[in-house]
Design a protein around this ligand. Sequence first.
Ligand SMILES: [Zn+2]
Length: 207
Amino acid sequence: MDAAATTAAAQALCETVRWFASRGYCPATGGNFSRRLDGERVLITASGVDKTALTPAELLPMTIHGELLAEGKPSAETGLHLALYRRDPAIGAVLHVHSIANTLLSRIDTPQRLRFEGYEMQKSITGNLTHEAAIDLPVLDNSQDMETLAAALEARFEEAAPAFGFLVRGHGIYAWGADLASARRHLEGWEFLLACELQRRQLETTR
Ligand SMILES: [Zn+2]
């Protein structure tokens, strides 16, 4: 990827990040976002920056093996992004946000996965052609140790792959795609489904 293409890739990632941040998905500088540049390199958000005003200067180039290619401090959750890029060469972008729905639903009754069926929005996840099929979103236990989380992901990657994502309990969601646009569609779709499910459960308990 030449310099002009890298600049365009950085600007497009920033635009996606600002879109999510402006809708409340990145409270308190939370969330982290990355995209692949080529077989060996990615761009990832720096640690602790305000995502609503993210600029390309706040993205850091790294190799998928963890070597930082510029000055700066990458996101604390960089290790999980890199594990995904190493695991699957077809992954082009990884997006991670914290929302009320993804934080709460992964905690209630400590599920190992959340099942969705009957929602038209399931079709936003690649490979899902009908609301009539069920789709599972895996839930991994949270850890501050990225190696522990990466090992947990590795153990359940075959389950996470068709969902293009997974939840981290009490923490947030990771979603990915073959490119930035599909990663964004998957994240938007999952967040819509999670918000629906949270409200459905609230309605059921008050009925
Ligand atoms: Zn997080």
